[in-house]
Write a protein that binds this ligand. Sequence first.
Ligand SMILES: Cc1cc2nc3c(=O)[nH]c(=O)nc-3n(C[C@H](O)[C@H](O)[C@H](O)COP(=O)(O)OP(=O)(O)OC[C@H]3O[C@@H](n4cnc5c(N)ncnc54)[C@H](O)[C@@H]3O)c2cc1C
Ligand code: SF4
Length: 598
Amino acid sequence: MRRIKNEEIKFEFPADKFLEEICAEFVELFYSHPLVLEEIGYIGFADARGWDLGVQSSKFKVQSPENELRITIYESSENKIQKPKSKIQNQVDAVVIGTGAGGAPILARLAQAGLKVVALEAGKSFEYAKFATDEREQSKLFWTDERLSAGENAVAFGNNNSGCGVGGSTLHFTAYTPRPQADDFRIFTEFGVGRDWAISYEDLEPYFDELEWFLGVSGASPYPWGKQRRKGYPLPPLPLNGAARLMQRACEKFNIQTAPAPNAALSQDYFQEKIGVRHACTNRGFCQAGCSVGAKGSMDVTFLPLAVKHGAEIRSECFVTEFEFDSQGKIKAVVYSQNGKTEKINCSNVFLCAGGIETPRLLLINNLANSSAQVGRNFMAHTGVQVWGVFDEEIYPHKGIPGGLISEDTHRPQAKFNADFAGGYLLQSIGAMPVTYVSQLARGEKIFGSELNEWMQNYNHTAGINILGDCLPHANNFMELADEKDVRGLPKPRVYFSHGENENRMTAHAEKLMREIWTEAGAKKMWTFQRNAHIIGTCVMGDDAADSVVNKNGQSFDIPNLYIADNSIFPSALSVNPALTIMALALRTADRFLEGGI
Ligand SMILES: Cc1cc2nc3c(=O)[nH]c(=O)nc-3n(C[C@H](O)[C@H](O)[C@H](O)COP(=O)(O)OP(=O)(O)OC[C@H]3O[C@@H](n4cnc5c(N)ncnc54)[C@H](O)[C@@H]3O)c2cc1C
Ligand code: SF4
C-alpha cells in the first residue's frame, strides 16, 4: 500500500515512510519465526484453559433456559461447500458478484426460491479445516491488489479492511455481531449532520432475528442496550478472555455497564438446517486468520453451503470486469476473467456485492449507474482507535475469542460522558495475534529494534480495548480511479480519507476514557494505535435518484436489473460493526426482489 498526503498528490512515497514500511515488513517476518515467537512466550495453539490464567472475572448473567440450544440433531455430512454436479448453463436468472457478507445471503435466498444463480468470486475457494495457526500463511485471505490510500488519515488496506476468497472478508472477520440501535438510522434528524437512512431499524429487525438464529450468535440475553431481541440470542455467551475480564473489572468501578459481546462464533455445537452441524469454538483465538474449526459464522460455512445445496453455483477465481447491455439499457451479460481467459455469462439480473471499494471501482471503470455522480463519494471508515496496556497478570492475548466484551453505554455519550460530538461509539475488548500486534506496534509507535523487543517481551501481559464509532460523510473523503493500472490493466482505486472535527473529537474522547479504564485495571504502561476500520459508503442508498446510487431496496436508479448489496450502500456508518447489517440488508433486497416489489 502507498500512502500519500492530500495536499501533495504526486504519487510519491516519502523516503521516511518508505523506510518505516520496509522496517515494519521486516519486523513482521522476524516475529513470525517460531524461535522468536517462543522467545516472547507465545505458546502456540490456544487451548480451552490457557487464557483463563491470572485474571479474575466478575459474574455475568447467563442465558435463560428457554434460550439454550435446543437442536442437537447431528447430520452425518459436514457443513462444507459441496461441488455442484454440473455447471449451470450460461444463461441464469441472476449473477451475484462477490461472496462476502452481502453476496452470500443473496445467493442463498435466490437459490432457495428456485432461481438459477451463479456467483462470480475473484478469490480462491479454501477448505476451512486446513487453515493454519500461522498468520503469514493465512495472509492469503487478504485482498492484496494495490489500493492507493491518501488523505490525513489514509486508511490501511491489505490485512485491514478487506478480504478475498469464497466468503469474502468474513473469512477473516472477528465475528462481532451487535445490532445497530434504532437511532443509528436517524443521525441527521438527531444531530443535524450526516444522513438519515431511507429505511428504519424496524425494516431490518426481522432479518436480525433470522440471522442471529441462522448463524448461531452467542450473546447475553437479555441484551442490555437497544430494543430487546424478540427471541434472545440462540446461544449463551462465549467465555471471556483475559482482556475482557480486565475490562469488565475496571468498567464496574466507573459504573459502565458491560456484557459478553454478541459474536457469531458458536459457544456450543450448533445444527443448521440444510447445512449440518457446526462445532463449538475451541478458544483458538485466530478468528482473523480464518477459523479452522468452522465455529465462526463466516459465509463459507453458513450461507454458501446453503446456496449450493439449493443448486447455486460458485465460480471462484473469476474477476468481473465488464457488462453487456440490451437495447433497453438492462444488463444482459457479465464479463469476467478466469485463468487469463475472458468469459461471459448471460443473465436476467445482477447483484453487485464486491465491497466498498471494488463495487464503485467496477461501476466507475464501466461508467455505470452514476447519473447522481455519487458513485465513489460518501466514503466512511469507523473510528476505531485502540488502547493497549501492559499488566502484571498473564493475559495471553492470542487466546480465547478476541471479540469478548462490549459496552454500549457510550452509544450516545453526550450527557453521561460529557461528549462534544454527534453520534457515538461502542467499547470492545480485543485480542491480538502476535504478528498482527507487533506490526501495529511498529507502525503505530514507529519503534524498532530493542525498544520494540522490550514491548514484545510483555506480549503475554498485553490487553487491548478499542472503539467502533460513527464516521460522518465528508465531501473530501471519496474513492476515484487513478491513472496507474493494475496487473489486469484496470485503473487502481485511490481512496481519500481525513477525519473531520467530529471524528477527531470522538477519537480523543474515547482514547481518554479507554486510558482511564486501563489505568483502573492496573496497566503499567500503555500505547495508542490510531486507526479506522471498515470501508463504508461509496454507492449510497436513498429515496432520491438525484443524490443516491440505489433506492432503499438496493436497486440502481439507472439500471433496473442491477442491485447492490454490500458495505457500499450504507448512508451513514452506524456505531456498530457492520457485517450483521450488511447481511440483513442483503436478505431484504433479495426478498423485495423475489416479491417483485422492486
Ligand atoms: C480483519 C477484519 C475483521 C473484521 N471484524 C469484523 C467484526 O468483528 N464484525 C463485523 O461486523 N465486521 C467485521 N469486519 C468487516 C466485515 O468483514 C465487512 O464489513 C464485510 O465482510 C463486508 O461485506 P461486503 O459484502 O461489503 O464485502 P466482502 O465481504 O469483502 O466481500 C466482497 C467480495 O467480493 C469479491 N470481489 C471484489 N471484486 C470483485 C470482482 N471484480 N469480481 C468478482 N469478485 C469480486 C471479493 O473477493 C470479496 O470476496 C472485519 C473485517 C476485517 C478485514
Ligand atoms: S476463537 Fe473460536 S471462532 Fe475464533 S478461530 Fe478459534 S475456534 Fe474459531
